[in-house]
Design a binder for this molecule. Structure first.
Ligand SMILES: Cc1cc2nc3c(=O)[nH]c(=O)nc-3n(C[C@H](O)[C@H](O)[C@H](O)COP(=O)(O)OP(=O)(O)OC[C@H]3O[C@@H](n4cnc5c(N)ncnc54)[C@H](O)[C@@H]3O)c2cc1C
Length: 285
């Protein structure tokens, strides 16, 4: 297979190249997905634009009331970031569980998203945080909610010449989060089901636990990551109790629509969606 690689160290030159190249383009960030696909012979002939040295795609910062993470930030940087641990704990946990240290030090959050895999570990965390993706091309910029980004396995809304520039979400005071997965092993295994939960507790509730903010998402239970809206509405409606959490877990099992494949059976995935939700929220009881 013929691969031409161009290295870019500046966003303008990258976007110009992406707009002018005829034929397929792939962006080479960490290469942890792209190289595997190239070795498997499943990629068409293409020009690869190396983006890991484009400074505008790096950095984690608070801008106004939002946390901004450059698309080229690695999982290692995310899991170590104090800002992410404070404002996006579910994402810090997700990134800490991607692959092993070598993969985390190369693989990026932009690559994890762009792949549009329903199993991608950071994506349920990003759904739970209500992340917005800033996309950029020579034609201009646009913002897409993370939930609108993946259309199907390996298909996303990126247009030719467009790149994920950054991932932004509001800094919500008091935010807590849980990310978890069920896999063949505790680490270095692709998730059979994963979950991202982010919440802010209601400090005014005198008795029990209530939520001022709660978003729940599951991965590997459908063609794209799934936001569990019925579960959220049910849990937000009244203070949490053991009984209500059990009912919410049943709702989660009916809201997901997993398939059976080489990694797991649909019934097991469905059952585990409930277990992961229970494990995420039962410490609050
Ligand atoms: C051994 C191993 C273990 C792994 N374990 C996990 C795991 O536990 N959990 C998990 O979720 N994933 C895992 N992965 C998959 C992979 O590491 C992640 O998906 C990673 O985040 C991909 O990022 P990357 O920078 O390496 O992407 P690349 O391989 O460089 O690119 C992947 C795709 O994204 C596109 N792309 C990259 N950056 C951008 C951008 N900014 N804008 C637009 N398109 C872009 C590329 O064109 C390409 O199509 C594993 C992979 C390996 C090889």
């Amino acid at each position: 297979m013929e691969i031409k690689v161009q290295r870019h160290t500046d966003l303008d030159s990258l976007l110009k190249a992406a707009a002018s190249i005829e034929g397929r383009i792939f962006y080479l960030a960490g290469g942890t997905d792209l190289m595997v696909q190239a070795h498997a012979g499943v990629l068409p002939p293409a020009t690869w634009l190396e983006i890991s040295d484009v400074p505008q795609l790096h950095g984690i910062s608070v801008e106004g009331s939002e946390l901004r993470i450059g698309a080229g930030v690695t999982h290692h940087e995310i899991m170590r970031s104090q800002l992410v641990q404070t404002w996006a704990p579910a994402l810090a946990q997700a990134s800490a569980n991607v692959g092993g240290p070598q993969i985390r030090s190369r693989g990026t959050i932009g690559g994890n998203l762009a792949n549009a895999s329903p199993v991608a570990d950071t994506v349920p965390a990003l759904y739970s945080l209500g992340a917005q993706l800033h996309l950029i091309s020579q034609r201009g910029e646009r913002t897409v909610a993370v939930e609108e980004f993946a259309l199907a396995p390996r298909r996303n809304v990126l247009e030719p010449g467009e790149i994920i520039y950054s991932i932004n979400f509001p800094c919500r005071p008091g935010i807590k989060g849980v990310w978890n997965s069920m896999a063949q092993r505790e680490s270095l295994a692709i998730s059979k089901v994963n979950i991202g939960v982010s919440y802010v507790l209601d400090p005014e509730l005198e008795e029990g636990v209530g939520f001022n903010y709660l978003q729940v998402a599951f991965g590997a239970v459908g063609p794209t990551v799934l936001r569990a809206r019925q579960v959220e509405e049910y849990l937000r409606a009244e203070p949490l109790s053991a009984q209500r959490l059990e009912r919410a877990c049943q709702l989660a099992q009916s809201e997901v629509s997993p398939i059976s494949d080489v990694r797991s059976q649909a019934d097991y995935r469905r059952a585990m969606a409930g277990v992961l939700l229970y494990d995420a929220l039962s410490p609050l009881l």
